[in-house]
Write a protein that binds this ligand. Structure first.
Ligand code: GDP
Length: 511
């Protein structure tokens, strides 16, 4: 894919905030979204039918706010686990008669993990049982201290049913958005994220995308996941035909070759031919990478921390009883040091669910299960998303595992282990791919996952990874001494006959 052009700060213009509504089931997420949409029908739109395209734009005092139509932290985190974060602000709905409930806590933790600011809508204040103060008390226990109590969480009393407090809520959203200084450059080729897609009988594949930067125009050639095409027509959430759509605009796009998936990136490219080529190359690549994608394990995370890529270890704790959850959390947090932070993103009593796995996938976290197991859906998802679920029955084992890994991290010692050597005997130029080195393994072995260095007249001219390792036409994991193989090097084609390829691995010295 073409990389996004760098923006000159002067080219950045303010853009509307994109908001997701979250909260416990039945606390009024859907009703609140309806109330927001209906109280904001401007005069000229009256009589117009709101189209459900996946997102809606409302206006207050000439300023726009975009709401995603699918409420809930599950949808939010599922997008995030695909690398797509479209939400700028989370509105947390808490029913004033019911207070903070398990999914309220989940929603708080999911929004926090994504570092998205939370505005609380205390809903159903029309009910006689409503007790907003108790809700605030409970929120404070979860780190959301209301502004009026000296904290920084904005709480707005509303009634979705009676349409009370809706404008106050919208004003606060605009205020928080202003503080975030949300900006994008509208004057370049568009990039966006698909939030919904379906096959329409008459119109073919239809995708709703939110433009993140640039301006999308009718006639633009686009690639979306493995789909491609030309924007034949665009519509907004009022069903109005659009010629162009700038940053933060949700638009229904028609003209794609197939139905993309929510979370797919939409990118404008030079022409349709290019779009098709890229889409096809992607399809091929997906076939290959399905088998090589690596599982994110506790060890991998430590390795990444080691290399300075991440400075934090994120964990999710699930246990059979509250006492164990607390004990584990305290013990794990104690392992945190100045150099390395351990964050507990979410904790709870009960089995490990799909939502837990999604949060872990989105936040590069591991899941610790204590006397609980994942349900079958969670297990499948963990396998697909490569999430490390660690099951324990003894608290000491959990601490011991993490402590050991952290210790290894703080006192690292690595060594290189020699694997083998091959000589380059023939070269094949494959157009579009690069140079394949026909090699003969002199001693030891060459492994697909090893590191390699290319040595010419005793001088190292390249160090990296094999891009492929084949015997005849077949991909192989390793080739032993006395055999021939074909090898390509990652991002390096300047190989010469007579070069020596040395294979090695880096391994951690056991403490
Ligand atoms: P969701 O599951 O969070 O999307 O909740 P819904 O929007 O479906 O609402 C659940 C129930 O609460 C419905 O019966 C609504 O009519 C009711 N409800 C929602 N908002 C209010 C409100 O402000 N006041 C009262 N009294 N009932 C409400």
């Amino acid at each position: 894919l073409p990389e996004e052009e760098k923006d000159d700060p002067a080219s950045l213009k303010p853009r509307p905030p994109i908001v997701t509504v979250m909260g416990h089931v039945d606390h009024g997420k859907t009703s609140l979204l309806d109330a927001i949409r209906n109280t904001n029908v401007t005069a000229k739109e009256v009589g117009g039918i709101t189209q459900h395209i996946g997102a809606s734009t409302v206006e207050l005092n000439g300023k726009k706010i975009v709401f995603l139509d699918t409420p809930g932290h599950e949808a939010f985190t599922s997008m995030r686990s695909r690398g797509a974060q479209v939400t700028d602000i989370a509105v947390l709905v808490v029913a004033a008669d019911d207070g903070v409930m398990p999914q309220t806590i989940e929603a708080i933790n999911h929004a926090k993990a994504a570092k998205v600011p939370i505005i609380v809508a205390i809903n159903k204040i029309d009910k006689p049982e409503a007790n907003p103060d108790r809700v605030k008390q409970e929120l404070a226990e979860y780190g959301l201290i209301p502004e009026e109590w000296g904290g920084d969480t904005i709480c707005i009393p509303v009634s979705a049913l009676k349409k009370q407090g809706i404008n106050d809520l919208l004003e606060m959203i605009l205020l928080v958005a202003e503080m975030q200084e949300l900006k994008a450059n509208p004057d370049k080729k568009a990039r966006g994220i698909v939030i919904e897609a379906r096959l329409d009988k008459g119109r073919g594949p239809v995708a709703t995308a939110i433009v993140q930067s640039g301006t999308l125009r009718v006639g633009d050639a686009i690639i979306v996941g493995t789909a491609y095409g030309k924007v034949r027509a665009m519509f907004d959430d009022k069903g109005k035909r659009l010629k162009e759509a700038g940053p933060s605009t949700p638009v229904e796009v028609i003209g794609l070759s197939e139905v993309p998936e929510a979370g797919d990136l939409l990118v404008v490219v030079d022409d349709e031919k290019k779009a098709r080529e890229l889409a096809e190359a992607r399809k091929e690549k997906m076939k290959e990478t399905r088998f090589v994608s690596q599982k994110v394990t506790l060890e991998d995370l430590f390795n990444q921390m080691q290399q300075g890529n991440i400075k934090e270890l994120n964990v999710i704790i699930k246990a059979d009883v509250q006492g164990s959850v607390e004990a584990l959390k305290q013990a794990i947090l104690k392992l945190s040091s100045n150099e390395l932070r351990v964050n507990v993103l979410h904790e709870g009593v009960g089995i490990i669910t799909e939502t837990d796995v999604m949060l872990a996938a989105a936040s590069n976290a591991i899941i610790i299960g204590f006397n609980v197991r994942p349900d079958s859906k969670a297990k499948d998802l963990a396998e697909r998303e490569k999430v490390d679920i660690r099951l324990y029955r003894i608290i000491y084992d959990v601490i011991d595992d993490i402590e050991k890994a952290l210790k290894g991290l703080l006192e690292p010692e690595y060594r290189e282990v020699y694997l083998g050597r091959a000589e380059v005997r023939q070269l094949f130029k494959v157009s579009g791919l690069g140079t394949v080195a026909g090699c003969y393994v002199l001693d030891g072995k060459i492994s697909r996952t090893s590191s390699v260095r290319l040595i010419r007249d005793g001088v190292v001219v390249y160090e990296g990874k094999p891009a492929s390792l084949k015997r005849f036409k077949d991909d192989v994991r390793e080739v032993a001494a006395g055999y021939e193989c074909g090898m390509m090097l990652d991002k390096y084609n300047d190989i010469k006959e007579g070069d020596i390829i040395e294979a090695f691995i880096i391994e951690k010295v056991q403490q």
